[in-house]
Design a protein around this ligand. Structure first.
Ligand code: ADP
Ligand code: ZN
Length: 534
């Protein structure tokens, strides 16, 4: 039963103003809201900060019954509900953090029709009790937040989300709106399929895809030398006194980096899952409240954080996927003012992540998926094209023009013909692969190319190889660049615990001279560690 569109539109606009205090809809919000209010399913792809919440909150207020919001962000539910209640919206949540009495109160409110919005953790839908509860109340709509979690091909799959495919079978008349800030075309299609999203009253399945471009974010990816010092330089020279987020892969490096910044007179606090809940909450609320605080965090930080004036997001370690990178950098500059997304990345990152993938739980298909995600990230790092063009392309937005606001646009990287260097390096790998028992990483191969008689080179008689010393025309740092770029181009692979370099199916094309290998030039003066380590 389609509601009269004109009526819907005015009612939605009225709610927008009265409840949320905004004068106008943003982007496609109005269309999305109308579509859902009139009973249609929708898949909404909108970048972080785009205004997804209103797309289900307003229809929940306009339609009779309670809007049920499925969200994996349990830690945020209390805040979301508090904020809604302050605005006069009757909201509640059900998750594992509550005691049974609290839950019973919320359930009664729902059954009495006293809730506009009910937030649910996905695992609750697996409980028969929850399903029966929902059956006894009146549901206005289902909103599936972070909908990419249902996609097994995505970077953030959660098994609990698979249960959501049952929603339609059980409540066929309740419209569903799936929302995500991160999805490639493949993930997008998988979401629609798994949730069985249905055509609306107008006979069409509506996909609403907002542009993924965040024009005010300047993307920069630099070679990693001494990341903490590089970061300090970035902060001092460009972001003095600004709020920012620094991502590190491990808890230990989060702690060390935060200490390092504080020692250098910069206000910074750590945030990771190893800290106790009270401290995490305190650091998070300081970050939201204060003007120029820096949070050094593992990726546990930031899901759903809505701070408009984050001026930079820095990655000291390589993100595991382009989706993750986009999501994390997307927390910068939500106010539309200039912001920086800065990433330092080095060969060690690649070796470490391959190792993590090789030893990760799950089957081969899972590992292959992780590998594909990493490869995409690597090729973004090593591209000589506009970073934004590559990012948008990855998310299916093809054919945009170079942006003028990323490092490769601002200072186009010089390229050089790396074919011969690639051949030298790959031939060395071939020689070492023949020594089946022994596995060698980039360090040994570069030592051989440079003709260095290190203890390990002598031990394995590698100074007797025909390739010994054939690479003295390049510096060590340049060879590491060659390895990284060959990895990024899929012409070389690493495997095993020691970061062993091995050939790929396409390496032969380079060795046989059928394929040229253009490479990005390393900067003339790489940032050096003053302590002279390594
Ligand atoms: P998302 O979930 O897409 O990351 P949110 O729904 O949290 O984004 O919205 C981001 C910010 O934009 C919030 O502060 C929200 O209040 C604000 N916002 C959303 N829609 C509008 C609008 N139509 N007018 C003004 N501000 C809006
Ligand atoms: Zn660009």
């Amino acid at each position: 039963t389609a509601a009269a569109p004109a009526h819907t539109a005015s009612e939605a606009a009225e709610v927008l103003q009265r409840v949320f205090g905004y004068d106008a809809f943003r982007g496609e919000q109005e269309e999305i809201i109308e579509h859902v209010v009139s009973g249609g399913d929708a898949l909404v792809l909108m970048p972080t900060g785009g205004g997804k919440s209103l797309c289900y909150q307003i229809p929940a207020l306009v339609r009779p019954g309670t809007g049920v919001v499925i969200s994996p962000l349990i830690a945020l539910m209390q805040d979301q509900v508090d904020a809604l209640r302050t605005a006069g919206v009757r909201a509640g949540f059900l998750n594992s953090t509550q005691d049974p009495d609290e839950r019973r109160l919320v359930e009664q409110e729902f059954l009495r029709g006293e809730l506009d919005l009910l937030y649910l953790a996905p695992e609750r839908l697996r409980l028969q009790g929850t399903v029966e509860l929902l059956d006894r109340g009146k549901i206005a709509l289902f909103a599936i937040d972070e909908a990419h979690c249902v996609a097994q091909w995505g970077h953030d799959f959660r098994p609990d989300y698979l249960a959501l495919s049952e929603l339609h079978a059980r409540w066929p008349d309740v419209p569903r709106i799936a929302l995500t800030a991160t999805a490639t075309e493949a993930t997008h299609t998988e979401i629609a399929g798994r949730l069985g999203l249905e055509p609306g009253p107008d006979g069409r399945v509506r996909h609403f895809v907002a542009s993924f471009d965040r024009p005010n974010i300047q993307y920069r990816i630099v070679p990693k030398a001494d990341p903490k010092k590089q970061l300090l330089k970035l902060i001092r020279e460009e972001h003095d006194g600004d709020a920012g987020i620094v991502y590190c892969l491990s808890r230990a490096s989060v702690e060390k980096t935060a200490e390092f910044l504080v020692r250098n007179g910069i206000e910074a606090v750590p945030y990771h899952a190893g800290l106790d809940g009270g401290m995490r909450a305190a650091h998070q609320s300081r970050f939201l409240r204060e003007e120029g605080l820096i949070v050094v965090a593992t990726i546990a930080f930031g899901m759903g954080i809505d701070k408009p004036d984050v001026r930079f997001v820095a990655h000291l370690d390589l993100p595991k996927s382009v989706e993750g990178y986009y999501q994390e950098t997307g927390r910068a500059g939500r106010d539309g003012l200039p912001a920086t997304a800065w990433l330092a990345y080095g060969l060690q990152d690649v070796v470490q992540q391959r190792k993590m993938i090789d030893t990760s739980e799950g089957d081969d298909a899972h590992r292959r998926k992780l590998g594909t995600h990493l490869d995409a990230m690597l090729s973004l790092c090593e591209t000589v094209q506009c970073r934004r063009v590559r990012l948008l392309d990855y998310f299916g937005q093809r054919g945009s023009a170079p942006c003028g606001n990323c490092d490769t646009c601002l200072a186009p990287p010089a390229t050089w013909d790396g074919t011969i260097a690639a051949q030298k390096l790959l031939s060395t790998v071939v020689r070492l692969q023949r020594e089946r028992r022994q596995k060698f990483g980039a360090g040994q191969i570069i030592d051989i190319l440079l003709g260095k008689k290190t203890a390990k080179v002598v031990q394995f008689d590698h100074d007797g190889l025909s390739v010994f010393g054939i690479g003295t025309d390049l510096r060590e740092g340049e060879w590491r660049g060659v390895v990284r770029q060959l990895l990024a181009q899929g012409l070389l692979a690493v495997e095993g615990d020691y970061g062993t370099l091995v050939l790929t199916d396409t390496s032969g094309e380079v060795l046989g001279g059928q394929r040229e290998v253009p490479m990005r030039k390393e900067p003339e003066k790489p940032v050096r560690t003053s302590s002279g380590r390594k």
